[in-house]
Design a protein around this ligand. Structure first.
Ligand SMILES: Nc1ncnc2c1ncn2[C@@H]1O[C@H](COP(=O)(O)OP(=O)(O)OP(=O)(O)O)[C@@H](O)[C@H]1O
Length: 542
């Protein structure tokens, strides 16, 4: 923290001590601001109290936690994790039993994994359209799922809100234990997350929301920036702050990105333009060939010290895989592992324990804290630490048993055997274990734009800039011949997120052919976003 000297805007946001909403542009230091705020607030608390710090992904949460704990700072009984983690660990598991009958062993499951006898109980209205007023119609399904030992993942928010509303003990606990709630990436909040946030504020917790509606990219999952915007309206009860200076990107990248969103954003003349465009003759495979020489060349030119600071970002996973398969430079392709696709409590624990095996910087203590094991005797704590650390030191042949045992001990109950099916497959396959290893210093990072959210790289190659891909199109009946984009603003936000990941230079990439998700070769027409609002990238002709 010693190296962080806040700007005036950042200082104002750090020093304000009540309910607030911070609109933070890309690279404007929201993680730095949030960690400062958390540390300031925690200093005033008793040892058994803490702050709820919610991030969108475990990766973002780890980063916030790491920054808060710099110099062995004691964050007391604070909670760092995702909203689903919080709902399950702090609300549903401890309090739902008070008035709902739960099976002895309960595990989270996606609706598609539930037995048909349960899913037939779902009402016609999809769960994503659940609200306070129609919760009652979902209750028979939720109650029966719990009785049979399942918490339906899609209903976690609804159930948590229902439990908080019904349980006085839960309200008292949350009020006594936590003094504030900070939610990062609020633009990607859903309905019940927003309701819960407001309820915690009404309970007396200081409520802090941070986000940027221009980085909203999860509308397909029913997340909506309208909840963030509602907090900025007069009368919302939230003081509104903005932090606008982009400390990450070269000024020419920042101006280019802002011009994409706003046709009036001025672009000052520069002889050091850092947004480029390369049109490849061929498809994604030819793109890989060009990248073979372009990456080392631009790394040298911009003095990028390691290939891990270089990213190739794609709209779709199949494109990322295609580029990776044809790139002989050392690279790491970030793929969705099954634990990320269905982030149950068990899945998160397995994932963390496997990461701990390969990452010497991760501590057993951080996993114990994440599991909210605060009331252990020093003997119990030592024993648990040993069990967790055995996942790092054991032989490959013992990995499955060690991870399963450590996860069960962290949860405090033996996990259901069904939870280990994925784990078995992963522990037995060296190529799958690579998902959990830290990126090597000399591997170019290849991932989707969604995965790049919240990350930064010195050099970014932003691929998939094709018509039909970014933006994608829809063809409603009776609109033959018309060009209709599918959620153009979300597509634009995704492009904006991609460009603003770059610190030193960003290369936009398109090609005259493209291979689609069905492996068919199509004509590659350039994306409508290229040149949008007069944001002109410098062509690369070599
Ligand atoms: N006051 C400051 N002075 C100099 N550098 C800063 C300052 N604040 C933040 N930074 C740097 O700017 C970069 C972006 O900060 P951070 O990662 O916190 O941004 P962010 O707002 O979380 O970004 P995004 O929303 O795009 O993910 C980091 O490298 C950080 O160290």
């Amino acid at each position: 923290m010693a190296t962080f000297t806040p700007s005036e805007e950042q200082k104002q946001a750090i020093n304000y001590n009540s309910d607030m909403v911070i609109i933070a542009r890309p690279g404007s230091g929201k993680t730095s601001v949030l960690s400062c705020k958390v540390r300031n607030m925690v200093s005033e608390l008793r040892p058994y109290q803490g702050i709820i710090a919610i991030s969108f992904t475990n990766k973002a949460s780890d980063e916030l936690e790491r920054r808060c704990k710099v110099d062995a700072f004691d964050t007391k009984a604070s909670f760092f994790g995702t909203i689903d983690d919080f709902c399950l660990r702090e609300i549903i598991y401890p309090f739902a039993r008070q008035f709902l009958s739960l099976a002895e062993e309960v595990k989270t499951a996606k609706i598609r994994e539930l037995p048909g006898s349960l899913t037939t109980m779902l009402p016609v209205t999809p769960l994503e359209e659940g609200s306070i007023t129609n919760t009652i119609s979902f209750l028979p399904f939720i109650k029966e799922s719990l009785a049979q030992g399942f918490v339906p993942l899609e209903a976690v928010g609804m159930l948590a809100y229902y439990v908080v509303e019904k349980s006085i003990a839960c309200k008292k606990y949350l009020k006594a234990r936590y003094k504030a709630i900070c939610v990062d990436e609020y633009q990607d909040s859903g309905y019940f997350q927003h309701q819960l946030f407001q309820t915690l504020k009404e309970l007396g917790l200081t409520a802090i929301a941070v986000g940027d509606s221009d980085q909203s990219i999860y509308a397909f999952a029913k997340k909506d920036p309208k909840y963030l915007l509602a907090l900025t309206l007069p009368g919302s009860g939230f003081e509104h702050f903005s932090i606008t200076t982009n400390f990450r990107c070269h000024p020419s990248i920042n101006d280019f990105a802002l011009r994409l969103l706003n046709s009036n954003h001025p672009i000052p003349p520069t002889n050091d333009m850092r947004v480029f465009i390369k049109t490849i003759n061929g498809d994604q495979r030819a793109m890989s060939q060009w990248l073979e020489s372009a990456i080392p060349h631009l790394m040298e030119h911009y003095q990028v010290p390691s290939a891990a600071r270089v990213a190739i970002l794609c709209r779709h996973q199949h494109s990322a895989r295609l580029i990776a398969n044809n790139l002989s430079l050392s690279h790491q392709l970030l793929e969705d592992n099954p634990f990320e696709i269905a982030p149950t409590i068990e899945a998160n624990l397995f994932s963390d324990l496997l990461k701990l095996r390969y990452d010497p910087k991760m501590t057993a203590e951080s996993l114990i804290e994440r599991a909210c094991k605060f009331n252990l005797s020093s003997n119990e704590r030592r024993k648990l630490r040993r069990t967790v650390l055995s996942c790092r030191t054991c032989l490959d042949s013992d990995l499955l048993v060690k991870v399963f045992t450590a996860a069960s001990d962290l949860v405090g109950q033996k996990l259901a055997p069904a939870a280990v099916t994925e784990l078995e497959g992963i522990c037995a396959d060296a190529s799958k274990l690579r998902w959990f290893q830290r990126p090597s210093d000399n591997a170019v990072q290849i991932m989707t734009l969604h995965k790049a959210k919240g990350l930064e790289f010195e050099l970014v190659f932003h691929a998939d800039l094709y018509d039909h891909v970014l933006p994608s199109r829809i063809y409603p009946p009776g609109t033959y011949g018309q060009v209709i984009f599918e959620n153009e603003i979300q597509c634009l936000n995704l492009h904006y997120v991609g460009v603003t990941r770059a610190v030193k230079a960003c290369v936009l990439m398109t090609s005259n052919y493209r291979i689609n998700g069905q492996n068919n070769v199509k004509n590659g027409e350039p994306s409508q976003f290229i040149g949008r609002n007069g944001a002109i990238a410098l062509p690369i002709n070599w």
